[in-house]
Write a protein that binds this ligand. Sequence first.
Ligand SMILES: Cc1cc2nc3c(=O)[nH]c(=O)nc-3n(C[C@H](O)[C@H](O)[C@H](O)COP(=O)(O)OP(=O)(O)OC[C@H]3O[C@@H](n4cnc5c(N)ncnc54)[C@H](O)[C@@H]3O)c2cc1C
Length: 1153
Amino acid sequence: MSMYSLLRNNASPNMADLEDAFQATSLFNAEDFAPFDPTQEVIFPPELMTLSRGQRSPSLCFRGSRSAWFQPGSLQELLSLKWDHPEARVVVGNTEVGIEVKFKNMVYPVILAPAFLPEMSRATHTEHGIEFGAACTLSHMGAVLRAALETLPPHQTEVFLAVLEQLRWFAGLQIRNVAAVGGNIMTASPISDLNPVFMAAGCKLTLVDKDGSREVQMDDGFFTGYRKTILRPQEILLSILIPYSKENQFVSAFKQSPRREDDISVVTAAMSVVFSSGTDIVEELRLSYGGMAATTKLAMKTANRLLGRPWREELLQEACSSLAEEMTLDPSAPGGMVTYRRTLTLSLFYKFYLTVLQKLRGQGVKGEELQSEYLSASEIFHPETPAAVPEGRSQEDVLGRPMMHLSALQQATGEALYCDDVPLYENELFLALITSTKAHANIISIDASAAEEMPGVVCCVFASDIPGSNATGPIHYDETVLADQQVTCVGHIIGAVVAETQLEAQRAAKAVKVQYEELKAVITIQEAIAKQSFYQPIRTIQNGDLEAGFKQADHILEGEMHIGGQEHFYLETNVTLAVPREDGEMELFVSTQAPTKTQSLVAKALGVSANRVVVRVKRMGGGFGGKESRTTLLSTVVAVAANKLRRPVRCMLDRDEDMLISGGRHPFYGKYKVGFLNSGKVVALDVSYYSNVGNSMDLSLSVMERALFHMENSYSLTNIRGRGFLCKTNLPSNTAFRGFGGPQGMMVTENWITDVAQSLGKPSDEVRRLNLYMEGQSTPYNQILGQFTLDRCWDECMFRSEYQQRRAAIELYNGQNRWTKRGLAIVPTKFGISFTALFLNQAGALVHIYTDGSVLLTHGGTEMGQGLHTKMVQVASRVLGVPPSKIHVSETSTNTVPNTSPTAASSSSDLNGAAVQNACQILSERLEPYKSPEGSWEDWVRAAYFNRVNLSANGFYKTPDLGYDFETNSGRAFNYFTYGVACSEVEIDCLTGAHKNLSTTIVMDVGHSLNPAIDIGQVEGAFMQGVGLFTLEELHYSPQGVLLTRGPGSYKIPGFGDIPTKLTVSLLRDAPNDKAIFASKAVGEPPLFLAASVFYAIKEAVSAARVESELRGAFRLDSPASAERIRNACSDRFTRLCPPAEPGSFTPWSVQV
Ligand SMILES: Cc1cc2nc3c(=O)[nH]c(=O)nc-3n(C[C@H](O)[C@H](O)[C@H](O)COP(=O)(O)OP(=O)(O)OC[C@H]3O[C@@H](n4cnc5c(N)ncnc54)[C@H](O)[C@@H]3O)c2cc1C
């Protein structure tokens, strides 16, 4: 959609245009776009053309069962309607009201839509400013203000510039195109981005009702409470006058949010000052803040205190201490981050102070000297526009070439079919889940009577409807399909409603009343440790002599780190369509990485044998591990409902439902003691990992095992002990997520190695290099490292990133800038390839050759966008010796290749590739006698067929020589390792905690790449997902275990602007791997951890800021390095004025789980 509208308006966009258009969308590569082709233009909807020409619509009214919607033809008609229906909602963009209806269950019986009334949608230049109708969209307002900048003298446009600055970061283009300025004012949100500017600038509003109009100023009296204004019920907002600024007036606006683009503000502010002519004496001052109270708030006391004072250091000091007093927040305030928010009010004022000092100097006003190293603090902290990806990648096909992903074109055009695109069956029904609202409770009663009466409802499904077993789970059957007696997390599935439509099912599900008897809940890792609430076993890997190691050490250091969880945020949420067939058969269309697991758990719940259940997967819209085991929660419920009704039943979860129930990456807490020599050589490590497992085991033991297998990351350690504790909590069960515990394990490693470097005052790259493994050394689990390429990756990354020159430049920069700092870090990774569960290291394939020479390829892996099918076609193409165009992969299904392992652990190309190779070799050998040099492939196939040769073959592969044993610490854990190194440079704004990813250089060893285009895409994608994990994404849970972040509005994955301005990925050359198919290596998960280089570059930058406050040495920084954490760690004169509340003295809004 974004691409379409961009190209329609601008056929040859530059990078800045792309960045603007994609602000609110997630990641993409500029190279993914084909040039705009006008011959492919679709017909633009004629109705929209009419509207865009300003043609008036007549009065319209639509009546539905719950609401009546009026579009009045004139202002008078609107005012009469509002008079008659004072409770009516005026709706323009519906971006706020839509959220209230969908998520807050609000019902508005009368809706008035005034968007096309000229009085409400025009912009008029007046003597005092520009008057905007309240229904003007934000995009229109922005365009008018930008045009005004061209014609007006600069001193008149200070307010306009401040509004434009806020609009730049206001939602995404799609929202700005429909959302109205009046909607923003009247929502009266305390974190509105525009209201602070309107208040600081003293904007005037015109309010009207049937009897007349009045003009009010937007000041402290306008907002009367949380989401309340002085408007009377019959009144509407007609317009807003945004004034021209005066001579000697300076205005600035600031927005601080966790993610720069399209995010909700933590604190938003606008400030306006007017000076007596030719002086720096304050005549008028308005400081307006959002995010610091129930309404947008003017800091009246502080402003009044500063009147008549010169704009100098004493004023700054007075302002800060006064703001610290005036802008207080309850420690339990909704939204949390209380210390950070309080500090921001001071930091943002300081930025304003510096900006104004500069402007005064620009006007020749004598005053306070401005030190040059402070200047960067007043620059607006914008990420730079990324550089375009270099061109020239070959489109040629065959193995080892960058062949395009086979369904890339269908995916780009929207023609690719996903599970929910399966056409509706005639008698199909929809299902919605009934989930627990309590973290831990006994179910006393369930009353579904109201729900069953609701329109469209067919039936409810509860545990008693399960014909087979209610016990489920991917390894241990420690979960229920439907909770019957007890719930153990918020989001635990209790039942379901089946109805004629999805909306009816969802409404009815909300009407089911469940009575609970609440039990004590464990939510956080720390609570679990205190209560010793652990699943068994507690895993240990130990090697060498720990005691001797610590004795040998010159220094011993202890530390800890918490690593937050992560939501998978696949584009396609969980979905299942279950179709009952004859004689106990059930056919399921599912978006899952694990068709076989789905098949067996559905069969178990239905009480039938596995041969009656067929699971089919065309493709997934992303999986990332989230669809490895947790998909069966939904699939089994849908199958039970379909079985009960003997009708097809479908359910695709909404994003909020999916986030609530499906779990994510395990949060980890690591505690360590490390012993090292003066040189930086580490000689002993004792580390304990605690993961927040949630309410069932799921795959958590394997996840912890992988964390332990990666506890030394890439460093040689002779004396080591790692222990892994699985915390049993009342959160939705956490599960597989790209990296599978490896990233958490290695993150703690990089933390202690950073601590070692910082405590010795040595560059961290030196300490890392000193400890790096060498060829032939052994891991703590006694696996010898052969074909070792990590040192080559390291040296190449140092070279390509120009590490030493960069470091020198950063030192210079940091010396010259007090309030922005840069940091650089180079981080290695070594990722073990194989499932840690031995039996999963197997795969099958089924290849048919038809008599026209076409090949149908089936294998056990599923396609989730990672390009597996493309690589498999390349393998088959090489072995059979036919072009990829003759080979087709249709789908993955349990009736073609049985007993498959989930598509996971990065090893699907290795396993399935070898199985495909095996099947194709069998066929190739069978065809051998018919391969006459003069004949074509088709001739050989036909000849073989007429000679009654079987042209269908089954292939199989199992990884040889695997089998690690924890008891004896022996046996090979992994088939081989994938290596990589990344170097990242960042810049932080010490006053707000914002950061920019300036550059990243990655060198990755993927052996002889099967497909460099796909592999580089995997490296980039994994790296950016890691950037989200380590710097951005935060799941907030209330102390009662309720997930507070349930959608893109509050949970932020990386956006366009988070991609490093310069991102280069190189694949290590001449590094064949003799352990996998065609000398390649697995690539899916290993690069994710390289994003830790961004985290540790941030930590370096924070260290540089701390040095300015005389703070040196190791310090704790948890992951993600959010703006809040960065700001709080950059301790300075402002943070000292806002000390945090005593822990335990209040109930926080959210807890670190
Ligand atoms: C994805 C997303 C991102 C967002 N990002 C931001 C952001 O970055 N910053 C920010 O501040 N907000 C943001 N918002 C909030 C919202 O978009 C804005 O507040 C927007 O300006 C609302 O305008 P609207 O026309 O859509 O309002 P609507 O939803 O149509 O109406 C909102 C409220 O205003 C009332 N109203 C509207 N017009 C009038 C009138 N003339 N007289 C009386 N009452 C009226 C309505 O009755 C309703 O109560 C975001 C919302 C979404 C969904």
